[in-house]
Design a protein around this ligand. Structure first.
Ligand code: CP3
Length: 377
């Protein structure tokens, strides 16, 4: 593709570094704001691209991935403080050899999931000569191309799905209400579960490092199904892998801010703060920001880590955007006040949804700018 520039040496100078400064724990003039799934089906300009192009084709075509990543930046010019590369967490299962389809109206579908531990033999990551970087080179190209296209307006975020969430898709073959099949591995094939989780973690860490090399300026790890696990199982099957990924990426990419979003793992806030090296913890809307801030600070204190700052991200209930403009403004102001005047990256508690109004997202973004600036002296 002639329009794609893969030169990583000459990226445009970053103009808005509010997200990066905040993520590094600096005091800033206001909370930066972006939204999970800010590129997606709630945008008519995204749907227009999808009419002609299948989901994974968009992911695999750098010019298209760049276009949909930049769409919200264009529409909300000056209001968003970060862009997130258009891709999906399921590119890792694909790169490990499983077929993944995106079924319109239903979500991800893996026609040939891992039903038993023996099925792990079908995964290609252990084969001689295997390279995650080669399998996912198209994501790197999309990142490099997008970094140029952003012209330094805002930083570009890379991301991965965390091992437990990806294992759940790889075993269930799609989304699930109970996760009975994936959880049956945890309790019936404990060793095989750990083998699978560590193979995913290896691929994920390598992929995240590759995304930084390609131009991602910060990264986020999505453990979307953390809340399906109780505290003890989270501690055994999720946390160690989240911690390992962060340690490995940090050692290779010092100074690149890392965020963890363990949706539903409210019980694990202290452990995420003190037993991992993530700079930012993203909260879903079921956590009270005041209590979360206190718990994190108390945990850092008692772990002798008072020198570290852990930034919190979040956490407006995405469905508030289905309400009226006045309620959105009011709830956003309350949220900003609750997080306080420092150490906060504003976001939703989960992603944008297909039925959301783009104008209501604008109300949220403007409200963050206004309420959050007003909190500063
Ligand atoms: O704007 C962004 O945030 C970047 C792009 C992004 C997508 N998926 C695009 C996408 C990101 C960060 C993801 C991550 C992702 N994918 C997660 C973690 C975040 C979360 O929501 O918890 C998960 C669990 C997935 C798996 C996945 N991919 C699901 C469950 C679905 C269906 C969702 C739905 O609303 O039906 C997808 C598909 C997907 N990924 C879409 C988009 C824009 C919609 C698919 C389409 O265009 O048809």
């Amino acid at each position: 593709n002639a329009s794609v520039n893969f030169d990583t040496a000459s990226f445009p100078t970053l103009q808005n570094d509010l997200y990066l400064r905040t993520a590094r724990g600096e005091k800033t003039e206001r909370a930066p704001v972006w939204c999970m799934r800010q590129a997606g089906r709630y945008l008519p300009e995204f749907r227009a691209i999808r009419v002609e192009n299948e989901f994974f084709k968009v992911c695999r075509t750098p010019a298209l991935a760049t276009e949909v990543t930049v769409q919200p930046m264009r529409r909300y010019a000056g209001l968003l403080d970060a862009a997130i590369i258009f891709s999906d967490i399921l590119v890792i299962p694909q790169a490990m050899g499983l077929e993944v389809q995106m079924v319109p109206g239903k979500g991800p579908h893996l026609p040939d999931p891992l039903r038993t531990p023996a099925d792990m033999a079908r995964l290609v990551d252990a084969r001689p000569g295997y390279s995650v970087d080669r399998e996912l080179d198209y994501v790197y190209k999309a990142i490099t191309n997008t970094r140029h296209a952003l012209q330094g307006q805002v930083p570009l975020l890379g991301f991965i799905g965390a091992p437990w969430t990806l294992m759940a898709y790889m075993v269930e073959g799609g989304g699930s209400k109970t996760f009975a099949l994936a959880k049956a591995w945890l309790f019936g094939h404990r060793q095989a579960a750990h083998e699978l989780l560590s193979r995913i973690a290896n691929a994920a860490a390598e992929f995240l490092i590759g995304q930084v090399r390609a131009g991602a300026q910060a990264v986020q790890v999505f453990e979307s199904w953390a809340g399906e696990l109780g505290p003890a199982d989270f501690a055994e099957f999720s946390l160690p892998y989240l911690a390992k990924i962060a340690a490995r990426v940090k050692s290779q990419c010092p100074g690149v801010p890392m965020t963890v979003f363990a949706k539903g793992a409210h019980y694990a806030l202290e452990q995420l703060a003190t037993e991992t090296v993530y700079d930012v913890i993203s909260l879903d809307w079921t956590l009270d920001p005041v209590a979360a801030r206190q718990r994190v600070d108390a945990a850092l204190q008692s772990a002798g880590q008072q020198g570290r700052t852990v930034v919190l991200q979040g956490n407006l209930d995405p469905t508030v955007l289905f309400g009226d403009a006045e309620t959105i403004r009011q709830r956003t102001a309350e949220m900003c006040r609750a997080f306080g005047p420092a150490g906060h990256i504003a976001n939703l508690g989960h992603g944008m949804m297909p039925g959301h109004s783009p104008e209501h997202l604008r109300v949220f973004l403007e409200a963050v700018h206004e309420s959050s600036s007003a909190l500063r002296p």
